[in-house]
Design a protein around this ligand. Structure first.
Ligand code: ATP
Ligand code: MG
Length: 423
C-alpha cells in the first residue's frame, strides 16, 4: 500500500506553526473590532458564475486558476479563489446595505490552481477587510491605515506601501485604447502572454512579470496622464490623508492589480524579504461590483492579506510572543504529583504553564524550558518534595533586574508564588 500524502500546493498547518497563526488571528480580532469592523463568514464553495461576473473572465484567476467542478445536482461550482466576490454576493442577497454602509472583515482558505513555491500555494489563507457603501476618499485612507497598522501590530517592518490611481471607468477606457495602439506597434517585442492580452485585458500587461516586457513598458504611456481632473484631485486628497496619518507610500503608476473590478485607488503592501512573491497585502476600490451583482450602487474599497506570506515575514518573533509564563520541571514520582498540582493551580490563575513530562535529566529539562522562551521555571526534585518545598528560577530578564533570581517556596505558599509571577 502506498502512503497517502496531501495534494500538491495544499499544506498542513503543524502544531509548531499554529501558535503563530493563532497569535496573528487574535491580533486581527482585537485590531478590527477596535476599528468597528464586523466579521462575515461565507461558504467556501459558490456558483462559478459569481466569480465570472465578480472577478472578470479575462483575469488570470478566472482564466487559469479556479477549481471548478460539477456537483451531483449538475451545478457548476467553484472553490472560492478570493473573498470579495462572496462578501459582495452575501451583502446583496441579504440586503445588508439597508442597514447602512458595511464595514466588514473575513478570514479563511482560498483556492487557486497555481505553481506552488515559497509564499504561493493552491490552498492559501487570506484575512481581508471590505468597506461597502462608502465613497469618500477618507474611507480609502482609513481602509489602508487599518491594513498598515495591523501589519505593524503583528510586528512587521520594512514594508512599502505602493499606491496608484486607476481613475474612473471613462479615464480607463480612453487610456486602454491608447495603450492598445502603443502595444500593437510593438507587438513582436512582447512576450506571448502579453500578446494574447492586448485586446482582452491590456491593463494587465502593465503588471507583467516578464523582464523584457517590463523593460519595454518603461516607455509606455502612463495611466496617470489620462486621469480626469476629478480623479486627480481625489488621488491628491488620498495622498494628503496618508501623509496626515504618517503612512509612507510610493507611487507606482504600473500597479494595476489582477482583478477587473477596481477603479480609482489601487494599492499593495510589499516587502523585500519575500523574494519574488513580494506582495503581502493587495487592495483597491471597486465601485461597480455590488451593482454588477444585482445590488444597489454601492462604492466600496477593501484589501486582502496573504496569511502565509505574513507568517513568513513575522518569522519566529510571532511564536515567541506567545511563550509560556512558566515551565515546570520535575523528577521523581512524588515531584510529579506536586508538579501537576501546581500547574493546574497556576492555570486557574490565568497563567500559561507548560509541564515537562519527559522524566529526563534536569539539565535536559532546563534546555527545553529555555527553548520554550518561558519567563520562569518551577523546579521540583524528590529531595525538595520531601521537605515540602519547591523552587522557582527566573529564566530571562526583561529589565536589568539585579539580585537573586531563585526563590524557594513551601508547597502551601501557592498564593505568594502566583503574586510573584504576576508582578
Ligand atoms: P500575486 O501577484 O502574488 O499572484 P495576486 O495579485 O494574485 O498576488 P490578490 O488576489 O490580490 O493576489 O490576493 C491578495 C493577497 O493574497 C496577495 O497579496 C498574497 O499575499 C495572497 N495570495 C494570493 N495568491 C496567493 C497564493 N496562491 N498563495 C499564497 N498567498 C497568495
Ligand atoms: Mg495571483
Amino acid at each position: 500500500m502506498t502512503n497517502l500524502k496531501n495534494l500538491r500546493g495544499m499544506v498542513d498547518l503543524l502544531p509548531a506553526q499554529s501558535r503563530g497563526w493563532q497569535k496573528v488571528e487574535s491580533i486581527a480580532l482585537k485590531h478590527f473590532s477596535r476599528a468597528g469592523l464586523q466579521e462575515i463568514r461565507t461558504p467556501i464553495i459558490e456558483q462559478t458564475e459569481l466569480f465570472l461576473r465578480g472577478i472578470g473572465e479575462n483575469t488570470d484567476v478566472v482564466g487559469k486558476e479556479m477549481y471548478n467542478f460539477q456537483d451531483r445536482g449538475g451545478r457548476l461550482c467553484t472553490l472560492r479563489p478570493e473573498g470579495t466576490a462572496s462578501v459582495a454576493r452575501s451583502i446583496v442577497q441579504h440586503g445588508l446595505l439597508n442597514n447602512g454602509p458595511q464595514r466588514l472583515w473575513y478570514r479563511g482558505p482560498m483556492f487557486r490552481y497555481e505553481r506552488p513555491q515559497a509564499g504561493r500555494q493552491r490552498q492559501f489563507h487570506q484575512i481581508g477587510v471590505e468597506f461597502v457603501g462608502l465613497a469618500s476618499v477618507m474611507s480609502d485612507a482609513e481602509v489602508i491605515s487599518i491594513g498598515w497598522d495591523f501589519l505593524k501590530a503583528v510586528g512587521l517592518n520594512d514594508l512599502t506601501l505602493e499606491l496608484n490611481s486607476l481613475g474612473s471607468n471613462e479615464d480607463r477606457n480612453i487610456f486602454k485604447e491608447k495603450l492598445k495602439d502603443w502595444l500593437n506597434q510593438r507587438f513582436d517585442l512582447l512576450d506571448e502572454d502579453s500578446q494574447k492580452r492586448i485586446n482582452v485585458n491590456p491593463l494587465r500587461i502593465l503588471d507583467s512579470k516578464n523582464n523584457s516586457t517590463k523593460e519595454l513598458l518603461y516607455e509606455a504611456p502612463s495611466l496617470s496622464e489620462f486621469l480626469s481632473k476629478e480623479s486627480k484631485t481625489r488621488f491628491d486628497c488620498l495622498q494628503e490623508s496618508l501623509d496626515n496619518l504618517n503612512i509612507p507610500f510610493k507611487i507606482n503608476t504600473n500597479l494595476v492589480r489582477g482583478l477587473d473590478y477596481y477603479s480609482h485607488t489601487a494599492f499593495e503592501i510589499t516587502s523585500d524579504h519575500l523574494g519574488s512573491q513580494a506582495t503581502v497585502c493587495g487592495g483597491g476600490r471597486y465601485d461597480g461590483l455590488i451593482s454588477e451583482l444585482g445590488g444597489p450602487k454601492a462604492p466600496s474599497i477593501g484589501w486582502a492579506i496573504g496569511m502565509e506570506r505574513l507568517i513568513i515575514l513575522a518569522g519566529d518573533k510571532i511564536l515567541h510572543s506567545e511563550s509560556p509564563d512558566v515551565y515546570v520541571i520535575h523528577r521523581g514520582a512524588n515531584a510529579e504529583k506536586l508538579a501537576l498540582n501546581i500547574t493546574c493551580q497556576l492555570r486557574s490563575a490565568n497563567l500559561t504553564v507548560e509541564l515537562d513530562y519527559s522524566g529526563s535529566s534536569f539539565s535536559k529539562q532546563f534546555k527545553r524550558a529555555d527553548k520554550s522562551m518561558a519567563k520562569w521555571a518551577i523546579v521540583i526534585g524528590e529531595e525538595e518534595v520531601s521537605k515540602g518545598q519547591f523552587s522557582m528560577k527566573k529564566l530571562r530578564d526583561n529589565e536589568n533586574e539585579v539580585g537573586i533570581s531563585q526563590y524557594i517556596f513551601l508547597r502551601e505558599e501557592i498564593d505568594q508564588l502566583i503574586k510573584k509571577l504576576i508582578d
